[in-house]
Design a protein around this ligand. Structure first.
Ligand code: ZN
Length: 267
């Protein structure tokens, strides 16, 4: 599933493509035909993201809400766009850009009240305009579930997915099984700071690179090959890049999590 950095990057790219333009909106697949007809021909006033949710705003009319979920995918084209596929739920086109969306979990219109209800269910977004650690610390302090599970709970923090949860806990030397509320304020603050820094870097780069290049004998992060970009995610059975201990993995919150037993001492 795309994590918050991908969603915020899409918001930035889509904002650039749509804002101030008249947008032709259709649903080639038909499942969003009613909503598309309502938006068709309106002027885009912007696109923003919160956690893993995208919001498309218009000169008037309701907001378009998109959540990609596990299978959703946007494809972007310039002037020459191919015909949409049979599965294209939503197509948005200006004179020089076209976006095709297929397979989303949500593609719906929201009125302001519905959007407010959606947002109140979400924790703080580390990629928000004023990322505030206080809400994150308070959410952890209230929860007994393992921190590795808490980081995937969008009510605790919005935007973290399976890759970043393993990597952030490794970077902060925190064992995933520790109860969320057992983290000290210092640990939780460092975890928040690392989350903001890592997701910002991921948004800029368009990929997840958590490894300090020096740890793999390189100079530049952007030049790291695919198998050297993370510390522990999908590296079970391989040596830790910092200490050489074998990385382990297990199921936590129905997804596989990885950790180094030496760098991240068990509770
Ligand atoms: Zn280690």
């Amino acid at each position: 599933m795309p994590e918050g950095h991908t969603i915020h990057r899409l918001a930035r790219l889509h904002r650039r493509a749509l804002r101030g333009r008249t947008v032709r909106v259709t649903s080639p697949q038909g499942r969003f035909a009613g909503g598309a007809a309502l938006l068709d021909g309106r002027i885009s006033t912007g696109v923003d993201a919160y956690g893993k949710h995208l919001f498309y705003r218009w000169s008037d009319g309701p907001t378009l809400h998109v959540h990609l979920g596990l299978y959703g995918k946007f494809r972007g084209y310039g002037e020459a766009a191919p015909l949409p596929t049979a599965g294209t739920r939503l197509a948005m086109a200006t004179d020089d850009a076209t976006l095709h969306l297929a397979g989303p979990t949500a593609c719906e219109l929201l009125d302001p009240g519905e959007e407010r209800r959606l947002r109140t269910r979400l924790g703080p977004d580390p990629l928000g305009r004023r990322p505030d650690p206080a809400a994150f610390l308070a959410n952890l302090a209230r929860r007994t579930l393992p921190i590795g599970a808490a980081l995937l709970d969008q009510r605790v923090v919005a935007g973290i997915g399976n890759v970043y949860r393993s990597e952030l806990l490794f970077l902060c030397r925190i064992h995933p099984d520790r109860p969320a509320r057992s983290l000290t304020d210092t640990e939780a603050s460092r975890l928040w700071a690392a989350t903001v820094a890592q997701l910002r870097a991921g948004e800029r780069a368009g990929r997840i690179v958590t490894v300090d290049p020096a740890d793999v004998g390189r100079v530049r992060a952007w030049a790291l090959p695919a198998d050297q970009r993370v510390y522990v995610y999908k590296r079970a059975g391989l040596p830790c890049r910092r200490c050489g201990t074998t990385v382990v993995s297990w199921e936590l919150a129905a997804r596989t999590i990885s950790a180094c037993p030496t760098c991240q001492p068990a509770p």
